[in-house]
Every structure is written in structure tokens, then in C-alpha cells.
Design a binder for this molecule. Structure first.
Ligand code: PGA
Length: 265
């Protein structure tokens, strides 16, 4: 009962992860459609493709009553310097108040490890960007019974450089990579299992920072979330928001998710 009240009175987060989709022109067109969305109880964040980050970052600042905030999908934890092809954390300060860290696709395709994630979380906080640390096990890790250990390790490593007085700026998204809509043989994670794993995330934060600390961190769920299942994930899993990939590429499917979240209040 307590948790029910806790979740349902809370401001929620909805992150659209556009991944490597849209040219700058398409991203601007979509941004304009998304900026007409109405949300009272939900913070809507667009994780913009890097090539559009500057343009969308400026648009978010200059569009009147814009309900959207921008997140970077990735960055280098070095502020600047000799890193050809990279975008340093200091270069996105004015553009993105949020940044994803350690998305499973970055862990899988670009070999980002927990140590990189820890440095990125600390670098983001150092310039007042809120990191959205993504954690989650692969299908193989789950099959081998290692899901909890993997997630606990990722949470602990990612938070290693976070002082307790900055914990409230960190967001954690649990996204089992086998449940992403683009995964080979993707499976939907049962909302009860999502709840259990979100509980593991919270429990690990509690072990590190105590019960008060654990309550400061918003914990999101991601993995094939759409308008058909979002209510069930919100009610059952007690997630404090969602990270959405496929269903965020189209304003109508995204609006349907947002509308259902707004009704949860
Ligand atoms: P999905 O992606 O909603 O398409 O499963 C989520 C994510 O990768 O963040």
C-alpha cells in the first residue's frame, strides 16, 4: 500500500531514445511534433542522436513552453582534447541537461565497461548534467542465473564516484538487453519480474547509501515499452518512469504512452 501511494504520487520520467535514427532535418521535424505533447506529471526527455544534439538542444531552449528536455545518448568523460571523433562532456553542457550512460548497446557494440560508466557518471555530475545510468543483464547472463549479480555490480560500479549529496541527481534505468524490441528473439519481461529486478537495483543503492539514499534515485524500466503495456509496467513494476526506444520514433505511439502515464496520477 505504501509503495502504491509512493509511485502514484510521484512525478514520472519518460525518455525517448531515438538511437541512431533520423537525419537532422527529420529530427527537427519530429522535435516540433513532440514539442506539442502535453504533460503535467511527466518529464519528457528526448535522447537525441549526437548529430542533432546541438540543433535540438537550442530548439529546446528557444521554443516557447517547450515540454521537452534533451539528453545526450553518449559522451566522452574527458572535457576536451585529443579525442578525434568524440564529444566531450564539457561540449554538451549547454545542450543537454541529461545524458545516458552505459546503454546496453554501448556496452555490447562499443565495449563500454563499468569503469567507463563510473567515469561518465562522475563527469556528468561534475558539470551538473543528470546521468541516466543504464543497467541490465544479457540473455546469457540471465540463463546462467547471474542477472542479479550483474545488475548489482553495474549499479555499484556506476555509483562508485557519486558523493551521497549528489545521489538525487542520478537516474538508473533497468533494461534487460534481451527484452529490447530490437534484440534477437526479444522477449517481453514480465512486469512482476521487472518489479523484482527494480527492487534489486533499489536494494543495491540502499546497501551503498542507506535507505534514505535509495529513495533519492529515480529508477526507470526499459525494454519494449509501448502504450499497450506501459500501464501494467507502471502499476506492477513500480517503475518511476520509462526508457522507450522503438515506440518513441513516432509521435503517435509515444503520445499514447505519455497519455497513459498521465492517467496514472
Ligand atoms: P525499446 O528500446 O523500447 O525499443 O525496447 C529501449 C532502449 O533501448 O532504450
Amino acid at each position: 500500500m505504501f509503495l502504491y501511494a509512493y509511485v502514484y504520487n510521484r512525478f514520472m520520467l519518460l525518455v525517448a531514445n531515438w538511437k541512431m535514427n533520423f537525419t537532422v532535418t527529420e529530427a527537427v521535424r519530429n522535435f516540433k511534433k513532440f514539442s506539442k505533447l502535453e504533460s503535467k506529471n511527466t518529464e519528457v526527455i528526448i535522447a537525441a542522436p549526437q548529430v542533432s544534439l546541438a540543433t535540438l538542444g537550442e530548439l529546446a531552449k528557444t521554443t516557447e513552453n517547450c515540454p521537452l528536455k534533451i539528453a545526450a545518448q553518449n559522451f566522452d568523460f574527458h572535457p576536451n582534447g585529443a579525442r578525434t571523433g568524440e564529444t566531450g562532456i564539457a561540449q554538451i553542457i549547454d545542450l543537454a541537461p541529461y545524458a545516458l550512460v552505459g546503454h546496453s548497446e554501448r556496452r555490447m557494440y562499443y565495449h563500454e565497461h563499468d569503469k567507463d560508466c563510473a567515469q561518465k557518471v562522475a563527469a556528468a555530475l561534475s558539470v551538473k548534467i543528470r546521468p541516466i545510468l543504464c543497467v541490465g543483464e544479457t540473455a546469457l547472463e540471465r540463463e546462467r542465473g547471474h542477472a542479479e549479480l550483474v545488475v548489482r555490480t553495474q549499479v555499484a560500479a556506476g555509483l562508485a564516484g557519486v558523493p551521497s549529496n549528489r545521489l538525487g541527481e542520478v537516474i538508473i534505468a533497468y533494461e534487460p538487453s534481451w527484452a529490447l524490441s530490437t534484440a534477437t528473439n526479444a522477449k517481453l519481461c514480465d512486469p512482476r519480474e521487472a518489479k523484482r529486478m527494480l527492487g534489486i537495483v533499489r536494494d543495491e543503492i540502499k546497501a551503498l547509501f542507506g535507505a534514505v539514499g535509495a529513495r533519492k534515485v529515480a529508477v526507470l524500466y526499459g525494454g519494449s515499452v509501448d502504450s499497450d503495456n506501459v500501464t501494467s509496467y507502471a502499476r506492477t513494476s513500480e517503475a518511476e518512469g520509462f526508457l522507450v526506444g522503438g515506440a518513441s520514433l513516432n509521435v503517435y505511439s509515444f503520445r499514447d504512452i505519455l497519455d497513459k502515464m498521465e492517467l496514472l496520477k
